[in-house]
Design a protein around this ligand. Structure first.
Ligand code: URA
Length: 289
């Protein structure tokens, strides 16, 4: 991926971005042997040889992988003409651009992955890989078994039937019922539209699982970095989850048991935000918004 030269030089640990600009202006930087003195110039660190004073840089471009508990009232787009809050506002301390893997609606909360690794994101979102997404849905009034059966069998949205889903009651209340639904497609507003199709009014929607990853102990607005095992595990979509996502689901669901990866144990939230993880143990610690 093309990046600005000053970013490449500072990422290699030579000096700050500001001082890198001075190196460029002073004609001390070459790309593939040619001197470059323009500040806007870019190179691809994976392909090009960038050198300072004739010495090639050793570049380790570390990709970022983040699991965020997206709160209600945040957009997963990267900008908004109306100035509404963006999920990236919650990740300012990360200091680098990361992109959401797929989307969650403004009014949907829960597990959102973000990364600077476009290839990884595309792999996860590719329909062929059928990565499971589990949602907990609170609806107005009662959910009837016939409605759950319809959702499980597939309902028509946009003139096309949805793939079979796994559904289970979680909780019955006086005003609202909760149920879980696990799908692997990623159609726009899919769960809300599936519910509409069976006359269920959604009052709350939370994604609790994405592939092998669960929200764990994260609270709305908190995030943590993924461990290497988690990043690798999601690359291999055949890997099935290894622990349940919630007591409610465990108690009532007839679905395949979702699992939490061993390395993803989430510690109590702490305030040491702003630092990248240097070990997989740190990766599991949630950061406050
Ligand atoms: N389905 C929806 O309806 N909304 C989301 O945000 C995600 C899945």
């Amino acid at each position: 991926m093309l990046e600005r030269l000053q970013k490449i030089i500072s990422a290699a640990g030579i000096t700050s971005r500001r001082a890198s600009e001075e190196l460029i202006l002073a004609g001390r930087v070459t790309v593939n042997g040619a001197v470059v003195t323009e500040l806007g110039s870019k190179a691809d660190p994976a392909i090009d040889t960038v050198a300072v004073d004739g010495k090639p840089l050793t570049i380790t471009t570390k990709k970022l992988y983040i699991l965020l508990y997206k709160p209600v009232g945040y957009l997963t787009t990267l900008d908004d003409p109306e100035g509404r809050p963006l999920v990236t506002d919650l990740l300012k301390e990360v200091g680098e651009r990361v992109y959401p893997v797929g989307r969650l609606d403004y009014n949907t909360e829960g597990l959102l992955l973000l990364t600077s690794d476009g290839e990884w994101a595309n792999q996860l979102m590719h329909p062929r890989n059928e990565v499971e997404k589990e949602y907990h849905v609170r609806v107005r009034g009662k959910v009837h078994k016939s409605q759950l059966d319809q959702l499980a069998g597939g309902v028509e949205i946009d003139g096309r039937k949805t793939a079979p889903a796994r559904v289970a009651m979680i909780k019955e209340g006086e005003q609202n019922d909760w149920f879980s639904i696990t799908i692997h497609e990623g159609r726009n507003r899919q769960v809300r539209r599936m519910c509409e199709a069976v006359s269920l009014a959604v009052v709350r929607l939370r994604r609790v699982r994405y592939g092998m990853l669960s929200l764990g102990a994260l609270k709305p607005g908190e995030f943590r970095f993924l461990t290497e095992a988690e990043v690798g595990g999601l690359r291999n979509p055949q890997q099935k989850p290894a622990a349940t996502t919630s007591k409610a689901t465990r108690a009532t669901s007839s679905s395949r048991t979702p699992q939490r990866p061993r390395a993803a144990t989430v510690a109590a939230p702490h305030a040491s935000a702003g630092k990248r993880p240097s070990s997989s143990k740190k990766n599991g610690s949630p950061r406050k918004p």
